[in-house]
Ligand binder design. Structure first.
Ligand code: SAH
Length: 247
């Protein structure tokens, strides 16, 4: 029997935001591999083995998945949101590229999911309605000076910006430093939306101006959406949107 490997996105949290394609693949799988909070979202059933692992072992997890698929299992590597956005798809391809040649003939498919910034933007209104970019603030995988350079250039280009992994206990001051960059380069009325645990029971969304933003408004379950210079709030509402034409 030949195995297969799927790298699937589970969406931001709500069951109904998992695509039918991913649900069907999960129903047919023999093995699920992923970071513990994500594998916890999979219902156990007879015939399904769930392999939960820690956050910083992406390459080990990828090698494990490829070995199981090579041995004939039907394996799904799960990520939250979309697997191609700061998640497992690139890690699996890195393992594939550097691993045994035989791995290249394993049937492999990436199944997209709804990424956090899109789920958050939909709740806020349409803050990503014009040009935008996404930046991962985790500095495990890149140095701070590169992060800061990208933020400065994105502000100069007047993109709306979605920040993933904005803040953690191991690097509490980094987000503060990024807010300082915005305060240096942007007007104090620039809008910033903190979208936490979107589509889950813990969901919390609020928009403030850059002048009122503090680093403790974000944690690791928050995606932060900073508007462009054109992003505005509709008077007497919480609705935030970016017009489709730039001036
Ligand atoms: N692949 C995922 C991102 C993984 S990085 C995706 O496409 O969404 C993890 C970061 O995603 C978190 O630190 C947070 O910034 C963001 N995130 C994931 N789920 C979220 C949710 N339900 N609400 C808000 N932010 C979320």
């Amino acid at each position: 029997m030949s195995g297969s490997l799927v790298i699937a996105g589970l969406g931001p949290g709500a069951e109904e935001l998992i695509t039918p394609q991913v649900s069907e693949a999960i129903d047919k799988a023999t093995d699920i591999i992923g970071y513990t909070p994500y594998t916890a979202r999979i219902k156990p059933r007879p015939g399904l083995t769930i392999h939960a692992s820690g956050n910083r072992v992406e390459l080990d997890r990828s090698v494990h998945a490829l070995k199981l698929a090579e041995a004939g299992r039907h394996v799904i590597v799960v990520s939250s949101g979309d697997p191609g956005v700061f998640a497992m798809a690139a890690a699996v391809y890195e393992a594939l590229e550097t691993g045994p040649v035989a791995w290249k003939s394993i049937p492999l498919q990436v199944m997209p999911g709804i990424t956090a910034m899109l789920a958050a933007a939909a709740r806020a209104g349409a803050p990503l309605g014009h040009d935008f970019c996404a930046i991962n603030m985790s500095d495990n995988l890149k140095p701070f000076h590169l992060l800061e350079k990208r933020v400065r250039l994105a502000i100069e280009a007047d993109f709306a910006i979605a920040f993933y992994n904005p803040r953690s206990k191991s690097r509490p001051h980094q987000f503060e430093r990024i807010l300082d960059v915005f305060r240096e380069l942007c007007e104090p009325a620039r809008l910033i939306t903190f979208a936490r645990a979107i589509s889950t029971a813990d969901e919390n969304l609020h928009t403030v101006t850059m002048a009122d933003a503090t680093a403790d408004m974000a944690d690791m379950r928050t995606v932060v959406l900073v508007g462009s210079s054109q992003t505005k709030r509709i008077a007497d509402t919480e609705i935030v949107y970016t017009p489709r034409s730039a001036s």
